[in-house]
Design a protein. Structure first.
Length: 208
C-alpha cells in the first residue's frame, strides 16, 4: 500500500496519557470495517491495476490498533472527510468469548491472544522473571477486559515532563496539564461507601 505522503502515526497504549477505553465505543453512524487481508485495503506495489493508487490512499495510517491507537482513530474519524487505516497484528475480539466476558482476561493469558511478554529478572523478587500480559487483539489490553481502570499517580506524569529536560512542550506532559483530558473521558458516579475526592474526577465524559 502506497501513497506519496501519508501521515503515519505510531501509537502505543503508553503513548497517549488520556488514551483509555473511553472512546472505543464507536458511534453507530461511523463507517468502520474490520478486514483480515491486506488486499482488502490496498494493492501490491507492482500491481497493474490502474486504480491502485486511489484504492490504497488514506489520510492517516495508524500503526497499532491497541487502546491508544483506536482512541486516536476514533477521534480522527469524527471528521467525515478523513479516511483512516489502522494496522493491528491481532484479530478482532468479537468472536473471542474470553475477551467479551467481564474479568475473563485470565483465559487469554499465555495463549495466542497474548504477546507473551516477560520482564527482565527482578532484583527485588529474587531475580525472578514475571509474565507481562499484553493482549494481542484489536483494542489491545482493553480487549483483555480485566475490568480495571487506573490513571496512574500525578508524579508519573510530572516525571515524564522532567525527563524531557525543558524541551519545547515538555511541561504539557505534566499532570496539571493532562488532568483536564483525563477528567474529560469519564462520568464519575460516587459510591456512598467509598469516599473519593470528586473534584479530581470527571463528570461529563463518555465513560461511566
Amino acid at each position: 500500500m502506497r501513497r506519496p505522503s501519508p501521515f503515519v502515526v505510531a501509537a502505543g497504549a503508553a503513548a497517549l496519557a488520556a488514551g483509555t477505553a473511553a472512546y472505543l465505543a464507536i458511534p453507530k453512524q461511523s463507517r468502520e470495517e474490520v478486514f483480515s487481508s491486506p488486499e482488502q485495503v490496498g494493492v501490491s506495489v507492482d500491481s497493474d491495476d490502474s486504480d491502485a493508487e486511489k484504492k490504497s490512499q488514506f489520510d492517516f495510517i495508524i500503526i497499532g490498533g491497541g487502546t491508544a491507537g483506536l482512541v486516536l482513530a476514533n477521534r480522527l474519524s469524527e471528521n467525515p472527510n478523513f479516511k483512516i487505516l489502522v494496522l493491528e497484528a491481532g484479530q478482532s475480539g468479537m468472536d473471542v468469548r474470553a475477551s467479551r466476558v467481564p474479568a475473563g482476561f485470565n483465559l487469554l493469558q499465555r495463549t495466542g491472544y497474548d504477546w507473551n511478554n516477560w520482564t527482565v529478572p527482578q532484583s527485588s523478587a529474587k531475580d525472578r522473571v514475571m509474565p507481562w500480559t499484553r493482549t494481542k487483539l484489536l483494542g489491545g489490553c482493553s480487549s483483555g477486559n480485566a475490568m480495571m481502570f487506573h490513571l496512574g499517580a500525578p508524579e508519573d506524569y510530572d516525571r515524564w515532563a522532567e525527563l524531557q529536560n525543558g524541551a519545547d512542550g515538555a511541561e504539557e506532559w505534566s499532570y496539571k496539564h493532562l488532568k483536564p483530558y483525563l477528567q474529560k473521558l469519564e462520568r464519575f458516579v460516587p459510591h456512598p461507601e467509598v469516599p473519593v475526592d470528586a473534584a479530581e474526577r470527571g463528570d461529563d465524559g463518555p465513560m461511566e
